[in-house]
Ligand binder design. Structure first.
Ligand code: WQD
Length: 342
């Protein structure tokens, strides 16, 4: 029987590589496209090494409609997972047009070509950032979205709406938006992981780089929040668990099991973890001590957000399984691999 094929845009990135590995493990064919704006060929090679499959790769910018069209002409996929996007919140505030153009033009190109070529399933990489500072926790998919506080966040909301409207208007197009909480960790092989350029903005890469001696000291942004230990609460989801959620969502689409043409799922663990707990968990998991200090709050941080994952658990038959301690071990293994430590 012919295998289902999935196009993965941004497939050389952090979540794209892990998702490709899980898709192949689940029996799918995958075609990766990426423009390497924030990734490199080594990531694709890591995927090929883990899977033992010469995964087809095309260096294509999804904003380049003509180049993207050639991918549609060349490969016979019926589903796309669209990861290709910029994701730095601060940069998006400084350069909004860069974000709106890249994140929205690329997605509209994908949707238009899916329609034109009669391809069916679109899975969009959304974010818990759409919930902003929610009044009731944990957040469900019904929790109202808050006006975005950055152009980055706004592109996630707008792309969700574009997908919703395309699914409503165009016969044969269906979509799922997965709202990720805080993805962390790496593949247990340590052959793929997150590769932030410059000073990391996210907590775990900053922790691992501090442990590696690249950063002197981790700053914990505020310990005077109204939370049990005063530091912010987040829902840290292992990237391999997150990748498996994509496999479950693609399976739901290809099995024709969707209940409506556009669906949204929260993808998290359902467990709130504080910054301090995460730091201490990292120390314990890896038997090391981390240099850290408490500093002022970071502008724009919400005190707490975590997922109600019941819908994904029930409808996708998926749940996050990996214990946090193991995830934090893989984060450190990956950092050591990248830096050539040990
Ligand atoms: C987590 C917690 C910080 C760094 C952001 C985006 C979101 C998503 C993921 C994607 C917070 C604290 C952090 C540090 C710290 N998008 N922290 N010291 O802010 O929840 O989400 O990244 O690509 O859209 O908004 O994640 O990892 O930056 O922060 O104390 O050096 O760690 O204050 O409480 P966040 P984060």
């Amino acid at each position: 029987m012919k295998k289902e094929c999935v196009l993965v845009s941004g497939g050389a990135g952090y979540i794209g590589t892990h998702t490709t590995v899980e898709l192949i493990g689940a029996g799918y064919d995958v075609v990766i496209i990426d423009n390497f704006s924030n990734s490199e060929m080594k990531a694709v090679e890591g995927v090929r090494q883990i899977t033992g499959v010469e995964v087809p790769f095309e260096q294509v910018d999804t904003c380049d409609e003509a180049a993207l069209r050639r991918v549609f002409e060349k490969y016979d996929f019926n589903s796309v997972i669209h990861f290709a996007a910029y994701k730095a919140v601060g940069e998006s505030v400084a350069e909004p047009l860069k974000y709106y153009r890249n994140n929205l033009v690329s997605f509209m190109n994908i949707c238009a070509l899916m329609r034109e070529f009669g391809r069916r399933n679109i899975l969009f990489s959304s974010s818990a950032t759409v919930y902003g500072e929610a009044e009731v926790l944990p957040v469900t998919e019904q929790t109202p979205r808050k006006p975005a506080t950055s152009p980055y966040g706004n592109t996630k909301q707008m792309a969700e709406d574009i997908l919703r409207d395309c699914c409503a208007a165009y016969d044969g197009i269906r979509g799922i938006a997965l709202r990720y909480f805080n993805p962390i960790g790496a593949h247990p092989s340590a052959l793929i992981g997150e590769l932030p350029r410059g000073v990391p903005q996210n907590l775990v890469p900053y922790i691992t780089q501090t442990a590696a001696g690249i950063r002197e000291c981790l700053s914990i942004f505020g310990n005077d929040y109204d939370t049990p230990d005063g530091t912010c609460l987040r829902d840290y989801i292992d990237v391999v668990d997150l990748a498996k959620a994509h496999v479950a969502a693609v399976g739901r689409m290809t099995r024709e099991a969707m209940k409506s043409d556009y669906e949204i799922f929260n993808i998290g663990t359902g467990r709130p973890v504080s910054v301090l707990e995460l730091v201490e968990g990292f120390e314990k998991a890896n038997s090391l001590k981390l240099n850290y200090k408490i500093v002022d709050r970071r502008a724009g941080d919400v005190p707490a957000v975590w997922a109600d994952t019941s819908l994904a658990n029930e409808e996708l038959g998926w749940s996050a399984d990996r214990p946090l301690e193991e995830t934090l071990r893989t984060s450190w293994q990956w950092e050591k691999h990248v830096r050539g430590i040990e």
